[in-house]
Each structure stands twice: as C-alpha cells, then as structure tokens.
Design a protein around this ligand. Sequence first.
Ligand code: FAD
Ligand code: DHB
Length: 417
Amino acid sequence: MAQNGSSPASPAAPRPSRRHTGAAVRRRTRVAVIGGGPAGLLLSHMLHLGGVDSIVVERQTKAHVLSRIRAGVLEEGTVRLLRDVGLGDRMDREGKPHDGTVIAWQDRAPFLIDTHKHTGRKMMAYGQTAITQDLYAAYERRGGELVEGAADVRLHDVTSDSPFVTFTRDGIAHRIDCDVVAGCDGFHGVSRQSIPADVLRTFERAYPFGWLGIMSETPPLDDIIYAQHERGFALASQRSPMLSRYYVQCPIGTDLADWPDDRFWAELKARFPKPLADRIATGPSIEKSIAPLRSFVAEPMRYGRLFLAGDAAHIVPPTGAKGLNLAVSDVFYLQRALVAHFKAGDDRWLDSYSETALRRVWGAERLSWWLTRLLHVFPEQDGFDTRVNQNEFDHLCASPTAQAALAEQYIGLPLET
Ligand code: FAD
Ligand code: DHB
C-alpha cells in the first residue's frame, strides 16, 4: 500500500515547524528514489525484484501524476522489459502492436517506417498513463513505500558514504538516510540541480515551436502517422480503439484559449493528405495541452552517490517517441548496476553507468533532432532548407538502405549487455 510520511507507522511526529533537524521523522533505505514518474516507479519495482529496498519521494499526488498525458509509443525493447518484470499483462491485452510509423509527406502516398520488415520487431501503442497506473498498482500490491506530496526536497552529502534526503510534508520535516540517491525527478527536478555547475556539462537545442495536443474519445486512424505539411507538422496517434491522440505543431507562446476544438480539428485535417483527413473522426476533446520541444543532455549522469535517470538527465523532442523509452533503458542499466553493487559488491556497472547510458541517449537525441528537423516547419526556414528536407525524404523513399537504417534507430537499439 502506498504510504506517506505522516502515516501512523512513522516514528513519533515532530513539531510541525522543525525542518531538517534531529527531530525530523527519520527513515533509512538503500536507495532513495526522487520522483514517482515512470523512471522512479520502474526503478523501485525492479530494485525490489532484485532484493534491494528503496523509498520513492514524489512532489505531486498520485492523482496528479496519473493525470499527465504524455508518451504513447513504446519500443520493442521497452515492451520486452515490461513483460520481464511482470508488468506486461494489461499492456498485451490493451496495447496495439504496430509495424512502424507512417510519414504522410504533403499529398504524397503515405510512407511506412517499417520496423517489422527491416528489424523483425514491432512498436506498441500503449500510453504512459496506463504504464504509470500499472506501476502504481504493482507498488501498492507489494506494500512499497511512496511519499506523495513531498515539498522542498533536498539532497545532502551525495559525495559522501552516507547521503541523505530531506523534505517536508504537511509542514513536517522528514529525513531519509540512504546509500544511493536515484534522481528520477524529470527535467524540472532538484536532482540534476544538486550537481555543481563546474561538474555538469549540458548540451541543448530549443525549438521555436511546441506541440498542441488533444485527446478525444473517437476511433483513431489505423496507423500512427507523422504528417509533414507546409502549414506545420501534425501527428495522429492513439491510446485505445475509442481514444485518439492528435498533435499539431504550434508557435511558442500559443494560448490554449485560442484553440477551441473546431479550430484544432480544421487545422489538423488541413495538414493531412485528403484521403487520411477524411477518415479522421472528430469529437469533443477531453484534454488539451501544449508541450514545448527541447533537446537537452546533462553529463555525467553520476555525481558521487547520485545517479540520474530519465528526463532528469535528458530531454528529446517527442518526434521519434524516444523519451520514455530512454527512461526505461536508463533504469535497466541503473537497477542492474545497483543490484550488482548491493548483492555482489561488484561496482563495474555502477562505474560505467553514465557512459553506457549516454551512448544510447545520444543515439536517441540524434534521431529525435533529425526527425524534428525533417518534419517541422521552422520560422526561419528558407527555400534551401525546404529543398534539402525534400531531398532527404526522396532519398529515404528510394533507398532500402536508408529505410533500414531509420527503422533500426526508430525501433531502438538493443540494450548493451
Ligand atoms: P517524469 O515523467 O517527468 O517524472 C518525474 C517525476 O518527478 C514527476 O512525477 C514529478 O512530479 C516528480 N518530481 C519533479 N520534481 C520533483 C522534486 N523536486 N521532488 C520529488 N519529485 C519531483 N516518450 C516516449 O518514449 N514515447 C512517446 O510516444 C512520447 N511521447 C511524448 C509526448 C509528449 C507530448 C511529451 C511531453 C512527452 C512524450 N514522451 C514520449 C516523453 C516521456 O513522456 C518522458 O520522457 C517521460 O515522462 C520521462 O519519465 P521520467 O520518469 O524520467 O520523468
Ligand atoms: C505520441 C506518439 C508518437 O509517435 C510520438 O512521436 C510522440 C507522441 C503519442 O501517442 O503521444
């Protein structure tokens, strides 16, 4: 069952105003996991399977975490890993396998990035919200300890042998002593910020546009489709037979209030070739939001006993559907390293964690950047850029070698073992 820091099982309650002193509610665990998104929950789940205890500290409530609508497409490696750790049942029942993703380029015939033909592997449409629900359910079944609504989370002494984490909950101070801190708290989290500026190198590209997304209870198109159009990029995706997810590229600073549903559907359809546009079933949106696009990598992913995983260390623009998949591969490497450390005293994988994870991260960064550049309209784009993009797409359509190379990257490189 999910617990919180003020549960009856906690030691004597401290005076509410005390913060991070000897009177704080104090616990100990092997791994303090900061962030209860997919990376943090999966890490804790896999550590548990490996016999290593952890406590997850999440800033938001569970309801808030589950209300976020983000990823929808999983690589085959992610699908296999989720099955291996006992999280595949619902995904296999409700998720939809795809041979790959289609590119609809202006009014040309749709082109399939055929991962199945070129790699023998399929993608899976299964939403991040469902994965997070599955992870919470597994967490609660095993009685894992999760702190919701933790405020003012801080990391201490991460370069010593005895790091600890402090936070407040309902005004009460808490302290978790641990051996290792796993920073899984996303792009805006505290973990990466706890690494000194002279240690951390960051690499970034901000894009001059975002994605305006809606969810609607309408039957989706059969395929997941990226539309390249002179009005801007659009994407048709799905969550279930009666739940569609669509996006259109929008300028930075777009106000949701300016996008009633009718305007969204009209713009979406204008960006798809007519035969596809005619098949898009419209209806009232049940969610509407804007996501900025950014490429970002922080190196190294380790500082003393602090290890970063997922969006805490890197962001990709969603074109390419790599962010959650990268979070899962980081977690695979990190749990393997931590289990070897705690169970066998073997630090080889811990010492190579940052390097191994970053190799995969940069592969996904490159692909996501390339697809973003190929498929979006940039404000400063001139005729030269347009012709180069056109030529790149023509080459892709004509060259089985280029198709195989793209399919291999799109399905995701195998995890290094
Ligand atoms: P997060 O999901 O951000 O979780 C971090 C958690 O830490 C949050 O719950 C947050 O509340 C918590 N937190 C933050 N600060 C603190 C703090 N100080 N203390 C404690 N907790 C804290 N990826 C794909 O692979 N496929 C896709 O199809 C795809 N589509 C996407 C579409 C969109 C529109 C967007 C925006 C993203 C998409 N992604 C996709 C990316 C994917 O959603 C992210 O990469 C993924 O959420 C990363 O998981 P995470 O656990 O690392 O970070
Ligand atoms: C989604 C699907 C994608 O193929 C992608 O690149 C980004 C997001 C989605 O379903 O949300």
